[in-house]
Design a protein around this ligand. Structure first.
Ligand code: ADP
Length: 317
């Protein structure tokens, strides 16, 4: 049996999928709705005109002219929408290609710095070791920006599959705390953990939630000042598992709070204090938590510290 072949431009399902929009937001589908409304209203007006007007054909002509005008506007809007959507897609493809291309030269750089610093090629003086350390820190920073950009581009393109499983959020939080402990010690920051024992397991993708926890605790480390205190808690609340990290740092000014989870946003006080920062960490954490079926939020007061928290569903068989 021969298959019915619909051209792509008329295939509404394909067009809506292309832009990743649900039907009720998709301009191609809305255009069909608009066209149907126009046809039905023209017929109704004609029938009403037949009964109540001496010139029903004239009434219909006016309605049809107005409808044709509306349809032309509708088509123009669709065309502009397609142009904007294509531009946005090209932009995110550009970021994705560039970041992919940067990955291998960055790893080569890292191996070369490690090789030079190891002294296996030639002895390294103290001064040279200092410069190599600066190089290493900068290449690590570039690497983390490139990784964050890659994640953002995958999130935007819906190419960020999660593999949720039964996992212990308490264990994962403890693991991240241990990994980051050297940084807190080096900066004289006290980090406490309050993990309720015997918590039920949660249902989440370990690798990605680990990244969200890492981003939140790393922020707390970056944004505390002298006599810094960070408290990491994991507990059960309202039938969910909750992770929270509280710090006594610089806090978030009231006027910045509504933008805090936006991509590339950095608070004014944070940018003055920590020049390094991409403004992607919280956007990534929020996307991962929400994709995992959880919620994320914070409370903060300028100069009085912040508490960031998220919840995840409990694992049920
Ligand atoms: P980055 O830390 O790289 O700037 P993030 O997305 O992780 O990017 O954070 C966005 C902004 O949120 C930060 O620039 C800062 O203004 C604010 N912020 C996040 N965590 C904290 C915190 N614990 N204390 C104060 N401000 C914070």
């Amino acid at each position: 049996m021969s298959k019915l072949c619909i051209p792509d431009s008329l295939n509404i399902v394909k067009q809506c999928n292309k832009y990743g929009l649900p039907f009720w937001q998709c301009p191609h589908f809305l255009m069909i709705v608009l066209g149907s409304v126009v046809i039905v209203s023209s017929i109704t007006t004609y029938l009403v005109g037949l009964r109540f007007s001496e010139r029903p054909d004239f009434v219909v002509l006016i309605i049809l002219s107005v409808s044709a005008f509306l349809i032309v506007i509708g088509f123009t809007i669709i065309h502009s929408f397609e142009k904007l959507a294509d531009l946005a897609r090209m932009k995110s493809e550009f970021v994705s290609v560039v970041t992919h291309q940067l990955r291998s030269p960055l790893s080569n750089l890292k191996w070369t710095i490690d090789l030079l610093a190891s002294g296996r090629i030639e002895g390294v003086s103290e001064k040279q070791a200092g410069y190599l350390q600066i190089l290493r820190e900068n290449s690590q920073r570039m690497d983390s920006i490139v990784s964050d950009l890659l994640i953002v581009s995958r999130l935007q393109n819906n190419e960020f599959p999660l593999k949720p499983e039964k996992n212990s959020l308490a264990e994962l939080a403890q693991k991240v705390v241990l990994r980051l402990a050297p940084f807190t010690m080096a900066s004289n920051i006290k980090m406490e953990t309050h993990i309720v024992s015997g918590l039920p397991d949660a249902f989440f993708d370990k690798t990605h939630i680990e990244q969200a926890i890492d981003n939140l605790i790393s922020n707390a480390i970056h944004y505390v000042e002298s006599k810094g205190l960070i408290e990491v808690s994991v507990l059960e609340k309202n039938n969910e598992i909750m992770f929270a990290v509280k710090d006594n740092g610089i806090g978030i000014p009231e006027e910045d709070q509504k933008f805090i989870f936006q991509k590339f946003f950095r608070g004014g006080n944070a940018a003055r204090r920590q020049t390094q920062g991409s403004g992607l960490g919280l956007f990534i954490a929020k996307s991962i938590v929400e994709k995992s079926g959880g919620k994320i939020g914070f409370v903060s007061k300028k100069d009085n510290g912040s508490t960031f928290w998220f919840t995840l569903p409990i694992f049920t068989k």
